[in-house]
Design a protein around this ligand. Structure first.
Ligand SMILES: [Zn+2]
Length: 481
């Protein structure tokens, strides 16, 4: 017969996970010594260097506190129960040291050179940096993703949905990543390793490090409200600053696009317009001012936009878009925003985007109604010609100059284009691809229509390659039948 020694949860990892032990001993101290023989390091959790019971530990013999008996010299006999009751603070009661030991048991560690050869072997392995964002921005192991330790439980499942996928964790020195590994294990992740010595150890071995481009202090202030949105954050803002957007026209649709894209931090805006500011433009074309009537619209736009965001780079194209200059003008841009007011330009823009594989954000307005969509020939989405294989005859397609337009309507449609542009650049949300959104200002109604990719589209589905540009003026001046 022996004494039953009950182990509290925080100490179980030191005795092989047992919640109680049966020990043959004749005093409390003797019991602890026996346990120490089997599980070295255990006794120091209970007693200090002098061999005295630690202040935050109570040991009960049956229901008596041994401090009120003979303390460690208290005799025990067969059938007695000894219980260790440590102070707990509501949580698991685990101390840092006990957690760390548990983590070391459960999370295998690799040194930097071992991790490097795992990475080089091209076996699937997700590198997860659990340092704070600020530390990550100073430099990280190439290919890593960053989920700060404090956000681990909240964000890791969205970033690494597959719990079978092997993950290598690292922090600065190797401690936070071990604890993070324990958390991931509890969340069901199966294959976790931790980098011993952390990023600092990795850098000391002169292994490769990526130093990311970061926002300047000034940019952090200016785009603070974007940085607060997790979907955009610093990464998204850098994408915007590095992006190049071409606006076709600086008229009704181009103006709100230009204003908001410049404000949101798109780094480079190209402006295509050969027109001059007319008094009748001022009803809606808000980049231009009364004192600039007669001036080229592109120059007027530059004047407004550079006062608004001095860091914006503007590339002006004061020329009419034609099939002979369209590829030169489009070449350097990531997204084309169509704010044109005529069909020849609209078809030309579509055809060039199909040929060059560039996304086109489409907007158009007529009196009280507007349309928006995103045509992206680089994936399986339809193009403008899938929606409208041919332009309407001129008698059915009056321009704004002929038919008129509500002055604020291009603001609504242009800003929907700007939103789609930002979504495309940052890769967030669901793009308006394969969908036509219409807005009726008189009824205040949005409607959405599905646009199918036309398998016989002469442009985006052409098997023989790009069919060539056509005479767009002629294409749009022919009356049907
Ligand atoms: Zn098409």
């Amino acid at each position: 017969m022996s004494v039953q020694f009950n182990v509290p949860t925080p100490l179980r990892s030191f005795v092989g996970g047992h919640n109680s032990l049966l020990i043959d001993a004749n005093s409390v101290g003797d019991t602890l010594n026996h346990i120490e023989l089997k599980y070295p390091g255990f006794k120091q959790r209970i007693c200090d260097k002098e061999g005295e019971l630690r202040k935050f530990i109570n040991v009960f013999l049956n229901d008596e506190d041994i401090r009120y008996l003979d303390c460690l010299a208290t005799p025990v006999k067969s059938g007695d129960t000894l219980s260790v009751i440590p102070a707990v603070a509501g949580g698991s009661g685990q101390t840092f040291q006990s957690l760390l030991s548990l983590a070391k048991e459960q999370v295998p560690e690799l040194n930097p050179v071992e991790l490097k050869s795992r990475i080089d072997s091209k076996e699937p392995l997700t590198l997860l940096d659990v340092r704070e964002g600020e530390e990550f921005r100073q430099g990280y192991i190439p290919g890593s993703i960053n989920v700060p330790r404090g956000f681990l439980e909240l964000q890791v499942e969205s970033k690494i949905p597959d719990k079978q996928s092997p993950i290598a964790l690292y922090c600065a020195g190797g401690t936070r990543s071990l604890l993070a590994g324990l958390t991931l294990k509890k969340m069901g992740y199966q294959f976790i390793i931790s980098l011993a010595g952390g990023f600092n150890g990795w850098a000391k071995e002169s292994l490769p490090v990526t130093i990311p481009k970061v926002l300047s202090e000034k940019e952090r202030k200016r785009y603070n409200r974007h940085l607060k949105i997790p979907e955009i954050g610093e990464e998204g803002q850098l994408k915007l600053l590095n992006s190049k957007v071409l606006l076709i026209g600086t008229g009704g649709l181009g103006c709100p696009n230009a204003y908001y894209l410049a404000a949101a931090g798109v780094g480079t805006l190209g402006l295509v317009d050969f027109d001059v500011v007319d008094e009748s433009n001022l009803q809606r074309q808000i980049l231009h001012t009364a004192d600039r009537v007669g001036q080229p619209k592109v120059k007027s736009a530059i004047q407004t936009l550079s006062g608004f965001n001095p860091d914006l780079k503007i590339i002006p194209f004061e020329e009419r878009l034609t099939s002979s200059n369209v590829e030169r003008i489009f070449a350097d841009f990531d997204v084309i925003v169509d704010g044109s007011d005529n069909f020849p330009t609209r078809y030309l823009v579509n055809d060039a985007c199909v040929k060059l594989g560039k996304p086109c954000v489409h907007g158009s307005v007529f009196r009280f109604e507007g349309q928006v969509s995103v045509f992206d020939p680089s994936d399986e989405a339809p193009c403008y010609r899938c929606l409208y294989p041919e332009p309407p005859p001129p008698s059915l397609a009056p321009s704004c100059a002929e038919a008129g337009v509500l002055g604020v309507l291009p603001g609504v449609i242009g800003l929907l284009e700007a939103i789609e542009t930002i979504k495309h650049i940052t890769g967030i949300g669901t793009p308006l691809k394969g969908r036509l959104l219409t807005f009726d200002a008189l009824e205040t109604k949005f409607k959405e229509f599905k646009i199918r990719k036309n398998p016989h589209c002469s442009y985006c589905a052409s098997k023989e390659g790009f069919p060539g540009y056509v005479d767009y003026e002629q294409l749009c001046s022919v009356e049907a039948n």
